[in-house]
Design a protein around this ligand. Sequence first.
Ligand code: IMP
Ligand code: MG
Length: 181
Amino acid sequence: MQVVRGKKIDTLYDAGQIARRNAELAAEIMKGPSDDLLVIAVLKGSFIFAADLIRAMHAAGAAPEVEFITLSSYGAGTVSQGVRIIKDIDSDVAGRDVLLIDDILESGRTLSFARQLMRDRGAKNVSIAVLLDKREKRNTDLEADYVGFECPDYFVVGYGMDAAYAFRELPYVGIVTGDAD
Ligand code: IMP
Ligand code: MG
């Protein structure tokens, strides 16, 4: 347990576990379609995972192009469930093997939207890597091709992920368990 900004945080996956899993994921990704690979990090939450995973991919022999897209959900918790592009990629995806990287796969709305967007733009193949799979909350049929870890149905923070803009800097994935005394 660690206290950060007055909150108690329990470690769910520590830095060593994540680093070892990233190396395994990179090796798996190298067995998939990796011709002229375009990696697209779905910001903001994936920024640390993506940074570590692409370096693990480099160590496994890959030389991907790296892009960034910022997506935002609106109407969360309501019936109007949309996803919005805040900042788009610059590259052309037509005919390319695309790997989307995100922090958490929850309902699947964000990644369904991103995958469809890339398919509509003519990507040859779109695969998905996520650090965490929170499958209890899924309400689409989307499955990731590469999953770091299963995630219990708690709100998690750290390793790029925030709660109200805090905790992205933590080197581990943690669960906020309450206020410090
Ligand atoms: P989905 O569209 O419901 O699959 O939501 C996935 C997105 O919600 C992730 O990319 C995260 O940005 C965010 N998210 C879901 N659960 C958590 C969490 O426990 N902590 C931080 N962000 C989360
Ligand atoms: Mg996200």
